[in-house]
Design a protein around this ligand. Structure first.
Ligand SMILES: [Zn+2]
Length: 411
């Protein structure tokens, strides 16, 4: 099984220059290789077109054929690499496997393009990559890089760069990708790790309502709270965002302030991810079956904006009421949390069920009566005598829905 480990890099000024330089050369190679594909593709297309429509006009088709129409292949381009190095000596300063990987990326882009064409779709032609889009290069084999004992990564043709190992790396590193993201350099190791053993079976099943007051309410009546440091980090973010807007556009100070905003964003994202991992691990250890609300875009956009696949929009119960809240933070969070829970459950031999969240907070979990509530009504009390937290009530309904969905499938 492959697992990715991502760390911050701390290059020296000189190393950073080399990283930027390498990235620029890779991008240049990518675009050059793409233009070769593009020419071939267009000529190929034209030949077919002329032959098909203008029957008998062999001469025209011959003219096109004279341009030596041929299909480009990854392997041919790979064979051309030494020649490129002769023409452009600076390419000798980049590890050859890194260059091969650039061509491989392009091949994958075209594989996807042709696959979609065959499926009758109308895919966009693979695009030329601008500076901001093309932001990484990869050492595809262990020979090109190594991790040293003093917490550095040694990259062929670049040198040894300090890595901030905030968590230990596991397994055997197979590939190493260097990435530039929001003003920071990162290294991502893809490691071969052993498939984790499934956890011993447990009886427990749980329904989970992801919410605002609590991060999550569980059907057993407990809650998972959002960590306090969120709020602190968010305050810092707001303050820094305001600082940016006070600086003159285009000024050096504004740029500097913008960098701080990026830093605050990264910190929040990192903390959130960490918290999600911990919460998910605990859930998966304790429960055999975990039932969550379905966060699918199709499900959601139907109610918010028809047919507009607005990314990550999440409206559960009381769509209108919730849409006014600070969604973006919740959206990013819930989708990620669900993905992490699903992944961990799969590795541990646990089951995750997703159910339609409709009405889960309105229906009484004890008698099934619909009891409409406003969003600020935090308590569920029903004529049948049910008295419980609104979100706990929803979580119990979610669990019930999950069970009945499973039973239906079995039957
Ligand atoms: Zn009731």
């Amino acid at each position: 099984m492959r697992k990715a480990f991502k760390y911050r890099l701390d290059p020296t000024k000189k190393q950073e220059q080399k990283l930027f330089w390498t990235l620029a050369r890779c991008r240049e190679l990518y675009n050059a290789a793409l233009s070769e594909w593009k020419d071939a593709y267009q000529q190929h297309e034209r030949t077919q077109l002329l032959v098909n429509t203008e029957t008998g006009q062999v001469i025209v088709a011959m003219m096109v054929a004279n341009k030596r129409v041929r299909k480009v292949s990854y392997y041919e381009q790979k064979r051309d690499l030494p020649q490129i190095k002769d023409l452009r000596e600076e390419y000798n300063d980049i590890h050859s496997q890194v260059l091969q990987d650039v061509l491989l990326r392009l091949k994958r882009a075209f594989d996807g393009f042709f696959r979609r064409l065959e499926q009758g779709q109308d895919p966009g032609f693979p695009r030329f990559q601008g500076q901001s889009r093309y932001n990484s290069f990869t050492y595809p084999q262990a020979g090109g890089f190594s991790i040293t004992h003093d917490n550095r990564v040694c990259l062929s043709k670049i040198g040894s760069i300090k890595v901030k190992f905030h968590r230990p790396i596991e397994g055997t590193p197979k590939t190493c990708t260097i990435k530039y993201e929001a003003g920071q350099w990162y290294v991502v190791f893809s490691c071969e790790v052993e498939q984790p053993k499934p956890l011993p079976m447990v009886e427990s099943e749980v329904g989970i309502d992801l919410g605002i007051t609590h991060f999550a309410a569980l059907s057993d009546g407990t809650f998972i709270e959002s960590p306090r440091y969120y709020r602190k980090a968010e305050k810092t973010l707001t303050r820094r965002q305001q600082a940016v807007s006070r600086k003159k556009p285009g000024s050096h100070r504004r740029k500097k302030a913008g960098k701080l905003v990026g830093k605050a964003h990264r910190k929040i994202a990192h903390q959130r991810r960490d918290f999600h991992h911990k919460a998910a691990r605990k859930l998966v250890q304790q429960h055999q079956t975990i039932v969550l609300e379905e966060l699918q875009i199709t499900n959601i956009s139907k109610r918010a904006k028809p047919k507009q696949g607005e990314n990550g929009t999440y409206l559960s119960n009381g769509a209108a009421a919730k849409s006014g809240l600070n969604k973006s933070i919740l959206d990013a969070g819930w989708g990620q949390f669900q993905a992490i829970v699903s992944h961990k459950a799969e590795c541990a031999g646990r089951t995750v069920l997703l159910v339609d969240p409709k009405y889960t907070s309105q229906v009484c979990s004890q008698c099934g009566t619909v009891r409409k509530k406003d969003l600020d009504e935090r308590w569920h009390s029903c004529d049948c005598g049910a008295e419980l937290d609104r979100d706990t009530n929803a979580a119990i309904n979610i669990l019930r829905l999950g069970r009945s969905q499973r039973d239906r499938k079995v039957a």
